[in-house]
Design a protein around this ligand. Structure first.
Ligand code: GLY
Length: 281
């Protein structure tokens, strides 16, 4: 096998975002697995259909705060609640390659990005604005947080506000080396400062000498279960597809999906619709 790339556009995707990933896997191909995984995530961050980079959801305070991470065996880099940059995953890669740290958050992450030349960028889309306005309208009479969440849940179940398509991610195995990358605008509704699974090593992303795994879905539950590390640890114990199925079943009612790659197999599994694109060469 020369190489394999798997990309996902988030569990819970609908319509075009589910049917047509624009051949993102083959278009992102490079000789280096990290470059490949990052290229794939950049392509999806730049596509407004996905809840990552441009197209990210707006938090209840009106801000857009994004999380992203990259990993190769023995290395990890993440940005947490970064604002006003076009491609959070590129900043995460720079955290891994150019700092002694594994993660930068909030204003520190933004300041780091600006120092490296990342320009000011507003990732808001008209679709995100409309969804935000509907959310605010729905919660304006609610007197406490529970009521707010119930009102927003009803908007989603009535189809008035589309549930965000969640995280985008990619794993690659090329020339015997693994890499993983992931990015998200987060969940909705969401408080400012809320952190999901994406920038937490072992939760929404893991990469080691046995393989690479990324997750999408309910960030809190994915993090509590340390989903990607659990899957990684089981690689080679059983067929990969069985491991993915069992770990997703273990998520119960919470929406989740995973893509994974080992030296011998690759696979994906989810408990909701999930856009996936693969390219083998
Ligand atoms: N899975 C993305 C998030 O919950 O933030």
């Amino acid at each position: 096998m020369g190489g394999i790339i798997i990309c996902h556009g988030g569990v819970g995707a609908k319509g075009r975002a589910l049917d047509d990933m624009n051949s993102v896997a083959s278009l992102s191909r490079d000789d280096d697995p990290l470059k490949t995984a990052v290229n794939a995530v950049v392509n999806m961050e730049n596509d407004p259909r996905y809840n990552a980079g441009t197209g990210s959801v707006i938090r209840i305070d009106g801000s857009i705060q994004m999380d992203a991470a990259v990993a190769v065996p023995g290395e990890f880099g993440a940005v947490i609640s970064i604002e006003r940059v076009k491609n959070p995953v590129l900043v995460a890669q720079d955290v891994m390659q150019k700092t002694p740290h594994i993660a930068l958050s909030g204003p520190g992450a933004v300041e780091f990005a600006r120092r490296l030349g990342y320009g000011e960028y507003d990732p808001v889309t008209e679709k995100a604005r409309v969804a935000y306005r509907k959310m605010i309208e729905a919660i304006k009479d609610s007197t406490n947080m529970d009521e707010r969440y119930q009102a927003i849940k009803k908007l989603i179940s009535d189809g008035i506000v589309e549930e965000p398509h969640d995280t985008v991610g990619a794993v690659a195995y090329i020339n015997g080396k693994f890499a993983a990358a992931v990015s998200t605008g987060g969940a909705s509704p969401m408080m400012p400062g809320r952190v999901g699974d994406v920038p937490l090593i072992g939760a929404g992303i893991y990469c080691g000498l046995k393989g690479a795994v990324v997750a999408t879905g309910h960030g809190e539950e994915i993090a509590k279960k340390l989903l990607c590390y659990r899957i990684y640890e089981r690689i080679t114990e059983e067929p990969l597809n069985r491991i993915l199925m069992e770990e997703i079943e273990n998520m119960g009612e919470k929406l989740a999906g995973v893509i994974a790659i080992s030296r011998k197999e690759y696979g994906f599994f989810s408990n909701g619709s999930m856009a996936v694109d693969t390219h083998e060469f």
